[in-house]
Design a protein around this ligand. Structure first.
Ligand code: HEC
Length: 134
């Protein structure tokens, strides 16, 4: 009895430590890109992108970008934003302010469960966020 209690105590320390690390990591990844960027991105998504890329889209050519695996053509988030900036919206390419593309992509990536730490998605951070399947 005494022995097993000591073993339990010895085990509890690393287990609690691991749980603490897991919960801290979990909090960070849940936050991902900053909230203000995600709020702006959600608005761009709702106002513009979702018409063709959203779940109710009738545009058969437009991939449902909130689904995981739809951006794996791109090596990283920078390439995906550059593509969107030059080609989207499909009916009026490049017509939005550049920041809208960064914000919309931050929202899309977050919905796909991809995040790049706590920095805003920007020309400085995007190349370090891989999208292609290994
Ligand atoms: C009028 C319809 C339409 C709108 C609005 C639109 N898209 Fe697209 N999008 C398409 C179509 C169609 C394709 C697929 C053909 C292509 O790549 O041009 C596409 C492709 C893409 C791709 C490439 C996906 C891949 O697998 O290569 C990205 C990224 C993208 N769109 C982002 C956006 C973003 C971000 C917005 C909002 C700012 C947006 N699109 C708005 C129609 C649209």
């Amino acid at each position: 009895m005494r022995f097993s209690r000591r073993v339990t105590a010895l085990l509890a320390v690393p287990v609690l430590g691991a749980l603490t690390i897991l919960s801290v990591t979990g909090t960070q990844s849940a936050r991902a890109f900053p909230d203000d960027q995600l709020a702006r991105g959600e608005k761009v998504w709702n106002d513009v992108c979702s018409t063709c890329h959203g779940p109710d889209s009738t545009n058969n050519d437009a991939p449902l970008l909130l689904n995981t695996g739809t951006l794996t053509n791109y090596p990283n988030a920078l390439e995906a934003v550059l593509y969107a900036k030059d080609n989207m919206p499909d009916d009026n390419p490049g017509s939005l302010p550049e920041q809208n593309y960064w914000d919309a992509m931050a929202f899309i990536l977050t919905k796909q469960g991809i995040n790049g730490g706590l920095a805003p998605l920007s020309p400085d951070s995007a190349a370090a966020i891989p999208l292609a399947k290994p």
